[in-house]
Design a protein. Structure first.
Length: 376
């Protein structure tokens, strides 16, 4: 084969993640042991898959379901296709039950619950299920606005909506694909336990660097790993994360307000929309419920972020405060008493400006002594 002689893959070939064996995209349905085993347990024994099994199926399917590309077949995560199908089933179920509130609320609570449980292990947190749900949920709201609501809004409202969609898309792209503040010069900690990570954090106190077990890299000013965007939040993408939360919260409220006013307006005609006339108000309220849930969730998270930033803390520090204080006391460190209680707004804003200018590190990350930060 060509890859054996030149070391290059054909457009329909890929190296299997499990053993590196070269496979073809036409073999995508071969040897799906994890899928077959789980399906058999569900159908014969009634056993629902665990987090580890779901993650194993996702990796197994994603490694085989690929799209031809010039440098070799690229992976396509199965949730990209499963999520929109699930939303269609959700809409059909909501129509059968004549409920525009309970069905989307149940689905939102399901994803909220799984987002908490998936974060219990680093491997399950790498799942793309919640990223796919976030993307398709936002796309559903935007598509509904363009098909139905846009005919009932003014030009100024339409301009605001376009600006919000642009901000949401750009900030989500920056968070998911951008550099959160990786520190390649820092080696991993000797122990990956919670105590080992706390000691590692105190050791790199000025950098406020935590070793992320999900991405397996050290990140400056680590805040948390956002499973909804599939990326860690750190020094260079924290500002983009805040913009995303504010845009989704504000945009969701505007969508719900306009959707409610349109449905309540008996003089409005849905004739310009492509959805069946009898189902248009129902579908609009269904999507409005999802938009409201997303707006409330992002609004609450934004308020918490603002509180922590004003307190000079990160999410990681607030969740592990007792352990960090204990380790700091054991090594005689001034951290975190020398930074907690002092707002981090200027630092986050400066980091976002440096990121936009292409600069790699700011003065704080270089460990330069300043009036705000004291060196041990």
């Amino acid at each position: 084969m060509e890859e054996n002689s030149t070391g290059r893959l054909g457009c329909c070939e890929y190296a299997r993640a499990r053993d590196g064996e070269v496979r073809n995209v036409l073999q995508c349905f071969c040897e799906c042991d994890a899928v077959d085993e789980t399906a058999s347990n569900v159908l014969t024994l009634g056993q629902m898959p665990t987090r580890s099994q779901v993650r194993r199926i996702e990796e197994d399917v994603a490694d085989r379901f690929r799209v031809p590309w010039v440098t070799g077949a690229v992976r396509v995560n199965p949730w990209v296709l499963v999520t929109p199908l699930a939303m269609c089933v959700e809409a059909s179920l909501a129509g059968a039950m004549e409920s525009t509130v309970w069905i989307p609320c149940v689905s939102f609570l399901f994803f909220l619950y799984t987002s908490i449980t998936f974060m219990k292990t680093a491997d399950s947190a790498r799942s793309k299920m919640h990223v796919s749900f976030t993307s398709w949920a936002i796309a559903q709201v935007v598509a509904t606005y363009c098909v139905i609501l846009r005919h009932a809004v003014s030009a100024s409202y339409d301009l605001v909506a376009g600006a919000l969609v642009t901000m949401i898309a750009f900030s989500a792209w920056q968070v998911h694909f951008g550099d959160p503040g990786y520190l390649p010069e820092l080696s991993p900690p000797e122990k990956s336990s919670n105590d080992g990570l706390c000691s590692y954090y105190i050791k790199n106190n000025l950098l406020r660097a935590k070793y992320c077990r999900i991405t397996k890299r050290a990140i400056a000013n680590y805040d948390h790993f956002c499973i909804w965007l599939g990326a860690p939040i750190g020094k260079r993408n924290h500002a983009s994360f805040l913009v995303f939360l504010a845009s989704v919260a504000f945009g969701g409220v505007l969508f719900v307000w306009k959707a409610h006013s349109v449905v309540a307006d008996e003089s409005f005609s849905f004739s310009n929309a492509s959805i069946d006339k009898s189902n248009r108000p129902f579908y609009l309220l269904l999507v409005a419920t999802r938009a409201l849930g997303g707006a409330l969730g992002c609004g609450v998270l934004l308020l918490r972020q603002c509180f922590l930033i004003s307190s000079g803390m990160t999410t990681y520090e607030s969740l592990h405060k007792p352990a960090l204080l204990l380790h700091a006391k054991q090594v005689g460190s001034k951290f975190p008493s020398n930074v907690w209680g002092r707002g981090r707004w200027q630092q986050i804003w400066r980091s976002s400006l440096m990121f936009s200018r292409g600069e790699k590190q700011c003065q704080c990350c270089l460990g330069v002594k300043s009036e705000k930060y004291e060196i041990l």
